[in-house]
Design a binder for this molecule. Structure first.
Ligand SMILES: [Mg+2]
Length: 228
């Protein structure tokens, strides 16, 4: 492979698009009642987060939090609580990130890999720190040392904005040779934005991904073995 750097999307590209919806969100929703009801036994971090909601009644607080989730409201306190509960889940091995084997191999073999996802850098690091071992499902592997940098919408901008990719090119010192950087994503709008910034692009086609109507416009990858 002749690319000097890889920039990888996460959901729908290196792991199933369903991971957030079918694993992370249900995990959070299941934990909320216990965390709120046992608030006295929780550590100061989680107490401080819950305090910010300013709701004393426990049932009311649980319903409020679950309401934010079901209505997909981007609440900063909710984000903090989710970050905390997911970190606990990863650290206790209850959650492991289902990164595809071919994506693990690609990341391991290329020495200049970056991640760009709308999920926060913190969440990205947790994910790559706890990747399900494809040969032993009871184990997880820490892939963080294989990744040179992480970008999200706060560090770089929206994923469908070509300026974001220019920002990343500058950060990874590839602004003069953008064609040597390959961006892989399942989202054609993101690929178009990256293409405009001069990057090479590839469309990830994975089970569960939205169907792309003009699929012939892209270099498609059902897995990344031919990139190895
Ligand atoms: Mg994606």
């Amino acid at each position: 492979m002749n690319y000097s750097a890889l920039v990888l999307d996460i959901e729908g590209t290196v792991c199933p698009i369903s991971f957030v919806k079918d694993t992370l969100f249900p995990y959070f929703v299941n934990k909320v009642p216990t965390v709120v009801n046992d608030i006295d036994q929780q550590n100061d971090t989680v107490k401080q987060i819950l305090c910010q909601f300013k709701i004393d009644d426990k049932n009311e607080l649980i319903n409020h939090i679950l309401g934010l989730v079901s209505n997909d409201i981007k609440d900063p306190i909710l984000k903090q609580l989710q970050g905390y509960i997911w970190a606990e889940g990863y650290n206790s091995s209850e959650i492991k990130a289902p990164v595809y084997k071919d994506a693990i191999d690609l990341i391991n073999r290329h020495n200049n890999v970056y991640i760009y996802s709308s999920g926060s850098v913190k969440a990205q690091k947790l994910l790559f720190g706890h990747v399900a071992d494809t040969s032993d499902s009871t184990k997880s592997i820490d892939m963080q040392s294989q990744i040179n940098g992480y970008f999200d919408i706060n560090t770089s901008g929206a994923k469908i904005d070509s300026q974001s990719y220019i920002n990343i090119l500058k950060d990874i010192k590839m602004i003069d040779t953008p064609e040597k950087v390959l961006f892989l994503s399942d989202n054609p709008s993101e690929l178009e934005a990256a293409k405009k910034a001069g990057l090479a692009t590839g469309l990830a086609i994975r089970e569960g991904n939205a169907v792309v109507p003009n699929v012939n416009d892209y270099t498609c990858y059902h897995d990344f073995t031919k990139l190895l």
